[in-house]
Design a protein around this ligand. Structure first.
Ligand code: SF4
Length: 368
């Protein structure tokens, strides 16, 4: 398949591994920011191809994993209401809230529907004028344009039975939070290619300069990731720190201007709490005031108040994993108390979660 097979070529992967080994003279720690990249690394054993001096650290690039528990609990409450059709991407259904998850509510009779696009939920709202339809808008800059288009279309037809529970997050502020932490170990970054396809990478060069780290915009196939690591090492070994684009078949420096304009029209930048990490300034997208009527928190404020305090299992170390301090194997619950069938934390169920990747491809390493 064009643009896939050539990026999964085993011989080429070995050649890149050799080139990486040839230029590596000392230990380096490189973070891949995106959970999709983490899954490729674990699935294809890319880390095992690298010299022992290179440590890959898995970053917080899983929007499902970082959606705050308070918002999940709000979603659960709204989805339980009798007159509501609650629409969500599939991997949110198993994410545990304080007491249950969306799948439990669906099993108990809640009208929860899995959609593949936010526009599907708009159609459901038009087909069900007597119901309140809510879309759980979770994602990075990659999915924000589709959410923004949905809000725009809802406003064009003045739809008044449709709202969104918005939890969009932005990648560069999270990278800065990691880099500015006093115990940061990251020396180089693989930035998320799909995010940069939308947003470009002008925000990344200032980060590379400010924190003296190479920042490589990288794709998701094995050869993409090996190329990204190679470019990162070339900079690290030669003392350079700049932003470079490996994913040239998809990413333009300026990104997708039309998508950015749509995002700017529909959303405003807000502080956002990242699950397991805490609040990061200017790291989220919220609906702009002129679209406030589509905000589910506002629409359901009476039903949502008062909410019991949210709580996460103490044993779950997902925050430390997503900041690169620990790996899934370090969690005492991994593969025992916490499995994809009985998850304690979002990284065990999300398709981009690090714990899910390790469980799926590496569980034999810890004998579970
Ligand atoms: S294995 Fe489960 S409990 Fe442990 S960090 Fe991952 S999601 Fe949390």
């Amino acid at each position: 398949m064009k643009f896939v097979d050539e990026y999964r070529d085993g011989n080429l992967a070995q050649q890149y591994a050799q080139k990486i080994a040839q230029i590596t003279s000392q230990p380096w720690k490189i973070m891949e920011i995106c959970g999709g990249q983490t899954h490729s690394i674990v699935k294809y054993g890319i880390d095992a191809l690298l010299p022992k001096e290179i440590t890959l650290i898995h970053g917080p690039g899983c929007p499902v994993c970082v959606t705050p528990i308070e918002l999940i609990d709000s979603a659960l409450k709204i989805a339980s209401l009798p007159n509501v059709i609650f629409c969500s991407f599939g991997d949110m259904l198993r994410v545990p809230g304080s007491e249950k998850d969306l799948l439990t509510i669906k099993a108990a009779g809640g009208d929860i529907r899995i959609v593949y696009s936010p526009l599907d939920s708009l159609k459901i709202a038009q087909e069900n004028p007597n119901k309140q339809v809510v879309f759980f808008a979770v994602g990075f800059e990659t999915t924000a344009p589709a959410t923004a288009m949905t809000v725009y279309q809802a406003s064009q037809v003045n739809l008044d039975n449709f709202t969104l529970l918005v939890s969009h997050v932005l990648v560069p502020p999270a990278m800065e939070a990691i880099l500015s932490a006093p115990n940061c170990q990251v020396q180089g970054f693989l930035a998320a290619g799909h995010v940069c396809t939308v947003m470009g990478y002008s925000d990344y060069e200032p980060l590379a300069q400010k924190y003296s780290v190479p920042l490589i915009v990288t794709g998701f196939e094995p050869i993409d990731i090996l190329q990204g690591i190679y470019l990162c090492l070339q900079q690290l070994e030669s003392g350079q720190t700049t932003c470079e684009n490996q994913y040239i078949r998809s990413v333009q420096p300026q990104g997708n201007i039309l998508a950015q304009q749509l995002i700017q029209d529909i959303f405003e930048i807000v502080p956002r709490t990242w699950r397991g990490i805490g609040e990061i300034e200017r790291s989220g997208l919220g609906l702009a005031p002129k679209y406030a009527k589509y905000d589910a928190i506002e629409r359901f404020k009476e039903e949502l108040a008062p909410m019991a305090p949210s709580s996460v299992p103490e044993i779950c170390i997902s925050g430390e994993i997503m900041q690169g301090y620990k790996k899934p194997h370090d969690c005492p619950a991994f593969g025992g108390e916490c499995t994809p069938e009985h998850p304690l934390g979002a990284p065990m169920v999300s398709s981009e979660g690090a714990c899910a990747a390790y469980y799926r491809y590496r569980h034999y390493e810890v004998g579970v």
